[in-house]
Design a protein around this ligand. Structure first.
Ligand code: ADP
Ligand code: MG
Length: 238
């Protein structure tokens, strides 16, 4: 019975364990920079997963996107590829400060996401870093002072730096990504998230919200994240 199930999964195009269902869309057909394309090739990915195929195109067009897909479906690359392309197109350099923030519910997930971003950005000149709880605030502040273009963070620690670290430059933020929104809510980060939204620039910023599950709480949270519906159209990917 188990064997049958795994065969069926393979038929549907499942690649290596945990990679989600692969589509017939190729990374090499995406309108992305050679720098990113080469990094993806180094990572040995050829075909996009379903969530990647459905969310990368609207994200690359600059839309706000709210997407949900189960764990292991490839959400990390779905939001990182367009984010890195955006900063590359804008020629972001350290003096521009932080252009993309990726918020994660836990330190472990932040480090994992940072590691994927590191691979993806290996040929890019843009800078990458993280601020997570449990690590010396001052050490992180020194890194922020150098200008971290793509910043992976946990909400509590991000807010700390927004309030206390003078050298943290985030006025040029172009894209805010909230990963695992459902888990962020479970961890009771809601109040901190509200404060973060208040402090971040709204103008000209793309907002992206990913979650593994669709719950009413996530829906409510989305309203808070994206502002009123009239303000900006958002693309839903489920
Ligand atoms: P999620 O965030 O949806 O839980 P991840 O982004 O962590 O999923 O990806 C799950 C696994 O799938 C990772 O091991 C990743 O390397 C792999 N993966 C992601 N995209 C692809 C792809 N296009 N082809 C093959 N494997 C992939
Ligand atoms: Mg994930």
């Amino acid at each position: 019975m188990k064997e049958e199930k795994s065969k069926r999964k393979k038929k549907q195009g499942e690649g290596k364990k945990g990679s989600g269902i692969l589509t017939d869309k190729l990374f090499s057909d995406l309108p992305i920079s050679d720098l990113t394309a080469n990094a993806i090739r180094d990572m040995n990915y050829t075909h996009l997963t379903e969530i990647q195929a459905r969310s990368i195109p609207p994200l690359m067009l600059g839309s706000d996107v709210m997407a949900s897909a189960k764990t292991g479906s490839g959400k990390t690359l779905a939001f990182l590829i367009p984010a890195i392309e955006l900063l590359c197109r804008l020629r972001f350099s350290p003096r521009n400060g932080t252009g993309v923030i990726v918020l994660c519910p836990t330190r472990e997930l932040a480090i994992q996401t940072h590691n994927v971003a590191k691979e993806l950005m290996r040929y890019h000149s843009q800078t990458l870093g993280y601020v997570i709880g449990g690590i010396d605030l001052r050490g992180e502040a020194e890194q922020l002072a150098k200008g971290i273009n793509v910043l992976v963070a946990t909400p509590g620690r991000l807010l700390d730096h927004m309030q206390k670290t003078k050298s943290f430059k985030y006025e040029c933020l172009k894209c805010l990504i909230i990963d695992e929104a459902d888990r962020i809510l479970e961890q009771n980060f809601e109040e901190q998230m509200k404060q973060i939204f208040k402090l971040l620039p709204r103008q000209g910023r793309q907002t992206v919200l990913f979650s593994a599950t669709q719950t009413e709480k996530v829906e409510d949270f989305a309203k808070l994240t994206f502002g009123s519906k009239e303000e900006r159209q958002r693309t839903l990917v489920y």
